[in-house]
Design a protein around this ligand. Structure first.
Ligand code: SAJ
Length: 423
């Protein structure tokens, strides 16, 4: 697509969450006309006011600018476009089975406004085979269009055809805008020409290399990236539990082992949080339960880690009649304000449920506690007040602010450090 022609291309982004809104804004900032579609009226209204409903550095400034310039609009219903990007949630349900109903609903909704020559891109992290399903759902909804299918050749020049590809997002929460622009991208087409069309589009906004493959490989690549990190973190978490049994300092151990030129062990923590690493491995495990044994074991180790931390806290709390427990950090990882799927929140919630003591939570990134913690009697405190009052101080999230805190304040306290800040 020539540069000017691409900029006149209309893009519709379905799903205005943590991936869809930054993606829509980035394309809009590069001169494309973008309509963001979301089923939640409050989200649409917020964005149309130039405001945002999620937390991500610099996103507020970008959205305000592209809404004010008219490059980005939000809508409750799909409108015609040349390119459709699907960025809706793909959670799991029940016994870790992937839930594709949001992808299917978005696909069938946009299919109604598709015209020949349009490009449909699935960005949501998805089980292997989902992009082919997207093509099938479009074919069912719009029998008048020629839709590519895996293994079948559909000429690029065919006038009635559309294009379908997968381009998984790979951005790190907290650095989304930078990584959206700079990360390398994997694009898998249901057929080759679909991948090429998607590459030509992303080349306008991505400076990293763009690699083309088929849709199934692209889907699996994303799942494997996050599973690989989950397995690596599980190894570190398992070491922390072994070390507690063997009376070895796990942080020193890992530092020394990492002096080896081919060893790179990650850091243990209170568990693995966020929406991605704790979810995506299940898409592989549920598809191949017999084969994905290591991936499942890693997931189980990481899933169980908060319970191990809770057992350490209970052991120490048993030494006090009315223990005061300061819990440092609630976010799912350091230096972000995102409390979603956070092992730190899980630990504090469970302590409150058990009435383990007086609970003081310190989280410099939030102004108020999640309702469930506040209602359970947890108090939000600043670092100094919490540590001063505490018998037991639990380091749950290694925010930089905690690392800088004066160590003398901790004298005489029982310390439980899940992140290696005080080692
Ligand atoms: N964690 C540890 N020890 C470590 C590293 C991380 O316990 O040594 C924990 C963190 O505290 C956090 C969890 O793992 O609870 C996940 O954090 P993360 O920084 O590893 O990853 P996310 O969930 O923020 O983002 C991941 C990224 N994937 C990879 O690095 C392979 C990102 O690139 C993906 O785009 C994102 O998932 C996604 O959306 O899938």
């Amino acid at each position: 697509m020539p540069h000017d022609q691409a900029k006149r291309a209309q893009i519709s982004v379905c799903g205005l969450g943590y991936i869809g809104l930054p993606t829509a804004s980035l394309f809009a900032a590069r001169g494309f006309c973008v309509t963001g579609v979301d089923v939640v009226p409050a989200v649409v209204d917020t964005i149309n006011r130039g405001e945002i409903h999620i937390e991500e550095p610099y996103l507020d400034v970008l959205v305000r600018s592209v809404v004010q310039s008219g490059q980005l609009k939000a809508s409750l219903t799909p409108v015609g476009a040349d390119v459709f990007i699907i960025a809706v949630p793909t959670p799991f349900v029940g016994d870790h089975q992937p839930e594709l109903k949001y992808v299917e609903a978005a696909t069938r909704a946009l299919a109604a406004v598709l015209k020949p020559g349009d490009l449909v891109i699935l960005e949501s992290t998805s089980p292997v085979g989902t992009t082919e399903l997207v093509a099938q759902w479009i074919a069912q909804t719009r029998p008048d269009l020629r839709v590519p299918a895996a293994g079948a050749t559909l000429p690029a020049a065919c006038a009635e055809r559309i294009y379908v590809a997968h381009c998984p997002e790979r951005v790190l929460p907290g650095k989304i805008l930078k990584e959206l622009a700079e990360n390398e991208r994997i694009i898998g087409g249901v057929d080759r020409v679909s991948a090429e069309r998607a590459r030509d589009l992303y080349a306008h906004v991505v400076t990293g290399a763009i690699h083309l493959t088929d849709a199934r490989t692209a889907e699996m690549c994303k799942l494997v990236e996050n599973s690989s990190r989950d397995v690596a973190i599980a190894f570190a978490n398992e070491l922390s539990m072994l070390c507690a049994e063997l009376d070895v300092n796990v942080w020193e151990l890992i530092k020394l082992a990492n002096c080896h030129p081919r060893v790179n062990i990650l850091q243990p923590g209170p568990g693995v949080g966020g929406h991605c690493i704790a979810v995506d491995p299940w898409f592989l495990i549920s598809a191949c339960p017999e084969q994905a044994r290591l991936i499942r074991a890693a997931r189980e180790v990481n899933h169980a880690k908060p319970q191990w931390v809770l057992a350490r806290i209970r052991e120490q709390a048993a030494g006090f009649r009315n223990p005061v427990i300061a819990c440092l950090g609630l976010a799912f990882k350091p230096n972000v304000d995102d409390l979603r799927e956070s092992p730190a929140v899980e630990i504090v919630r469970q302590l409150a449920r058990e009435q383990a003591g007086r609970l003081l939570a310190v989280e410099p990134f939030v102004a108020e506690l999640p309702a469930e913690l506040a209602e359970a009697g947890v108090c939000l405190c600043d670092f100094t007040a919490a540590v001063k009052a505490a018998d037991i101080v639990v380091m749950l999230v290694d925010h930089d602010a905690f690392k800088r805190a004066e160590r003398a304040q901790l004298a005489g306290k029982v310390l439980i450090d899940t992140r290696g800040v005080w080692q």
